[in-house]
Design a protein around this ligand. Sequence first.
Ligand code: HEM
Length: 388
Amino acid sequence: MSFNYPLLLVASDDPYPTYKWMRDEDPAHYSETEDVWVLTRFADCSAAFRGWKTWSSERRGNLLNDIPERVGKTLGTSDPPKHTFARSIVNKAFTPRTVANLQPTVRTLAQKLCTQAREAGAIEFVAAISAPYNAAILGAMFGVPEQEFIQLRGWLDDFFKREKAPAGEEPRQVVAMRQLRHYLSALAEQRQTRPGEDLMSAMLLAEDGGQRLAVEQVIVTTMTFLTAGFESTNNLFTNLAYALALHPQVLAEVQAQPELVPAFVEEGMRWDAAAQGFVRSPTQDVALHGKVIPQGAQVLLHIGSANRDEREFAEADRFDIHRPDQRHLGMGQGIHFCVGAALGRAMAQFLFEELLAVSTRWDVDLSAAARVTTPNFRGFVRLPLTIN
Ligand code: HEM
């Protein structure tokens, strides 16, 4: 077989026909050039997400070619019992109430940004809406001025890059991780001496069985919150904005019936997943579809493909906000299911309710748009949009 899955296929305009070919012809694919296995069928990905005993997140991390500085330290890159303890602390610090308390801020911000966008008419979606919206919400969560968080964005963007550095230079993702850590260590020190109402203080103080999370772990967990809160949300919002431009009949429907926005957001998460895949590594050899995935291998659970699997979803390629069962893997599954799912959904719903309420047109200029070029995620870093 000559096909080798390329890591940046996710950044092409339409990777979905290739995913379909992989599901049909080579559902447990090994890419020799990238040294990664790729599972593309819903049933296989779902079983692996749920089967943490066989499918470790700690062995190779959960991002493609994950950086050793992260592996085993973050929530997403640890297995039970380490994960169970850290997740229980996070669940105590970041509760449904935290999300409910944030909702009025989120709604007001969405209204403000959308009114400004309507006045401008033509906007660059990421700079005008997504970035300030995410920064302000994360700022409110962590008690940090919005402007400071905007500055962090450059590091967060670099953090997911997987480019090879020129000889003698450090890769950008390693430099970014160090800078972020430096910033967050200083913040953690402040919060230790003067705890506040913010999420970092709550994570430092929360206990499970009389034990607290080590400061180092609070720092790396905060890093995960920041990367998810900036990047995953931006990818979701930009994919949703693009999906509306591609489907005028859906646009007309959600404009006429705003109560359909949650269903639209959910279908958007399935149809063009912001997180296209996460890595697991088998703790033993696994026989699948006539092949043997060796223990310790790097295996990509391809959410982007699984969400379009026609074995699971009728007319999987159709963007249909009326699907009776909107089950998908866009927020993961099992013990690592997204911590920020409720917040991410609320942010997307409020934003699109407000934006659709003020828009009369919805034109995306694809010629001036730019896609995210990181291997685990799909979305836009630049998306010009005209709404009136
Ligand atoms: C809205 C778009 C979002 C998407 C599409 C998304 C997607 C995901 C997915 C697929 C996972 C599973 C990772 C794995 O299994 O290895 C995950 C985990 C996680 N997400 Fe999200 N996420 C989003 C927003 C957020 C937000 C806003 C936050 C924080 C405020 C967040 C925090 C996390 C954390 C901490 C984990 C790790 C959980 C664990 O390993 O136990 N996410 N996310």
